[in-house]
Design a protein around this ligand. Structure first.
Ligand code: ADP
Ligand code: MG
Length: 628
């Protein structure tokens, strides 16, 4: 048997195009060839179990071998093999059946994955790294003859009798001079660990030594010797392929450690398992993230039938779940097509919805099962929940049942519970419920105390995300306003009907206002004399809630429209409490005394806001010492 021929393709020398074009992703050739070997192995197993193959299965390992002298890399399997006719059909023709289309499209394609998958170029990706590829194969079929195919990357090939004596296939790559990195053991090991770590058939690469028992010495001590054993690089049965009921907590934890050796143990996990209307399995873990919003995306690995594809799951997993870790395996995700196509793909949309629902269900289950434990984990999961509520309408609807708010006493409330708690005291004269929050209990302590002495509750909203979350929540909740505790005096934050009469005369009030205005050294401060309760502070400096929120968002880099707010100067309201004894004293003092006291009162207010700094602070301290 001897045959020479031309690979059926309309364009001469397509390989140089492939080679050049697919430059960046060269390493995936190994994924493709090992997957083919695994496919062939799975097929012989299936035929055997169906009784269509009666022979011995034997040792079904796939082996990857390096020969530095020959400069070859060989992938061998004991799968179904190919007859010469099958080589013609599957290698010469099928791979390039879409050749014309390929040549049309290759200009638009963005990466190797895209072309290789779409045009069945899996096998041909070998030519990215090899100057010559040889196939030695023997089909499982009765009476089959071994066949050998060799091709140097032009469209010429040679098909002759082969030398394989056992069922299966060797793919021998004669590595080209630009690709010698693929003759390095560590490089091959690296690629195999990346793409092949969970393939369903054992993959052997080289050997390693291990200690094995070797009898006892004269004193009866056990002896060991070093022995070479096959180095199997993969775990053929990763947990996502198993049924959840057969797995223990330890199984999930140890798999997590296998995936992320450096990470802390996860909080909990979700086992995904659907087969209709799409096929998807996987395990998603909730890592410990804490407040710092440790954004480390690309922690979810995407597989297709246990072959690693990518860790960019951007369009498959809802954005707010990008912080999750774990694996997703789906043969139904179109892995090899472009981004824009992926976004429009209906399976991808369904998968997205499914994952969101599973995560919501899991959280709801945890909340219902043990509120105490749920509260303990809230610090870590709160951010997922809030982010999800902001970005995903459906998730909001589910999560509003198990979202927790925390107040300054570290008590937890659901939205319903909190509404019930605050309605009696925190409803203003217009029937609007006002929630108060602090972003920094230490700095805003004076304001918190003013609020709590009135019996008001103050929420803690101190994560970077809370800014956006508050705006979203306010938009969602009916007749509810959310204000930072220092964005007004207690009376203006929650306006009640009862008004307190001002004890200053109009004349005194004007004089006090003027005295304070004269002492203000910072720009953007508006003074007003108000009639507050005598228990309130004499002077309060506040920044309008809306303005502050917009500025904060602009600072966090939120949206184009936000930028405008970032450019505005800071504006503060200086509220002088006309009913406070100190202000009465200022009102009835002579002018120079008035100035001195006003200055001191303003500085005290600035000091409590953390706004008194530098030479102003030094002058204040000096003046205070003199006064004592
Ligand atoms: P795909 O794997 O998507 O079918 P490939 O280009 O990777 O495309 O392979 C083309 C065909 O060549 C396979 O479908 C299979 O029939 C055959 N083939 C490739 N490698 C092997 C192998 N190791 N053993 C048996 N058949 C193989
Ligand atoms: Mg393939």
């Amino acid at each position: 048997m001897q045959e020479k021929g031309t690979i059926s393709i309309h364009t001469e020398n397509i390989f140089p195009i492939i080679k050049k074009f697919l430059y960046s992703d060269h390493e995936i050739f190994l994924r493709e060839l090992v997957s083919n070997a695994v496919d062939a192995t799975q097929k012989i197993k299936r035929l055997s179990s169906l009784g269509q193959y009666q022979g011995q299965l034997g040792d079904l390992q796939v082996e990857v071998k390096l020969d530095k002298e020959q400069k070859t890399l060989t992938i061998s399997d004991r799968g179904i093999g190919m007859t010469a006719d099958e080589i013609k059909k599957y290698i010469n023709q099928i791979a390039f059946s879409g050749a014309t289309e390929f040549v049309e499209k290759f200009k638009e394609a963005k990466d190797a994955n895209e072309l290789i998958g779409k045009f069945g170029l899996g096998f041909y990706s070998a030519f990215m790294v090899a100057e010559k590829v040889e196939i030695q194969t023997l089909s499982f079929q009765d009476g089959a003859q071994p066949a050998r195919w060799i091709c140097d990357g032009s469209t010429e090939f040679e098909l002759t009798e082969g030398n394989r004596t056992e069922r299966g296939t060797d793919i021998i790559l004669y590595i080209n001079s630009e690709s010698e990195e693929f003759l390095e053991e560590h490089r091959i090991q690296e690629i195999l660990s990346k793409y092949c770590a969970f393939l369903p058939v054992p993959i052997k690469f080289g050997t390693r030594t291990t200690s094995v028992p070797d009898g006892e010495d004269a004193e009866g001590k056990p002896q060991y010797k070093q022995e070479e054993v096959d180095n199997i690089i993969n775990n053929t049965q990763p947990i996502w392929t198993k049924s959840p009921s057969s797995l223990t907590e330890e199984d999930y934890l140890s798999f997590y450690r296998e995936l992320y050796p450096m990470a802390e143990d996860p909080l909990f996990w979700i086992h995904l398992n659907v087969d209709y209307p799409f096929n998807l399995t996987g395990v998603l873990y909730f890592p410990k993230v804490k407040k710092e919003m440790e954004l480390r995306p690309n922690k979810i690995k995407l597989f297709s039938r246990q072959v690693f594809i990518t860790d960019e799951v951007k369009d498959i997993v809802p954005e707010f779940l990008m912080l999750l870790h774990g694996v997703i395996d789906s043969p139904d995700i179109p892995l090899n097509v472009s981004r824009s196509f992926l976004q429009a793909d209906s399976n991808v949309k369904k998968i997205n919805t499914y994952i969101t629902k599973k995560v919501a269900d899991k959280l709801s289950e945890l909340y219902r099962k043990d509120r105490k434990i749920y509260e303990e984990k809230w610090e870590d999961i709160g951010m997922f929940v809030k982010y999800g509520m902001i970005t995903d309408e459906k998730f909001y609807d589910k999560a509003k049942e198990f979202l927790l708010l925390t107040n300054t006493d570290n008590a937890f409330f659901t939205l319903d519970e909190y509404k019930e708690k605050t309605t009696p005291l925190q409803t203003d004269k217009n029937g609007e419920l006002v929630y108060l929050y602090t972003t920094d209990p230490g700095k805003q302590d004076a304001y918190i105390q003013s609020a709590t002495t009135r019996g008001y509750d103050v929420l803690k909203m101190d994560s970077p995300l809370d800014n956006h979350f508050i705006s979203h929540l306010e938009h969602k909740l009916e007749k509810t306003r959310i204000k930072r505790v220092d964005s007004g005096t207690v009376d203006t934050l929650i306006q009640k009907d009862e008004t307190i009469p001002l004890i200053l005369t109009e004349e005194q009030s004007t004089a006090v206002k003027a005295a304070f205005e004269k002492q203000i050294s910072k720009p953007g401060m508006q003074v007003s004399v108000e009639s507050l309760s005598p228990q309130e502070l004499p002077v309060t400096i506040t920044m309008d809630e809306f303005m502050r929120r917009m500025k904060d968002m602009a600072q966090m880099g939120g949206g184009a429209g936000m930028h405008f707010y970032g450019t505005l100067p800071d504006n503060y309201a200086v509220t002088v409490n006309g009913n406070h004894p100190l202000i009465s004293k200022i009102a009835s003092a002579d002018e120079s005394e008035q100035q001195r006291m006003a200055k001191q009162a303003i500085d005290l207010a600035l000091l409590s806001q953390g706004m008194l700094t530098g030479s102003d602070l030094t002058a204040f301290v000096k003046r205070s010492v003199e006064m004592i």
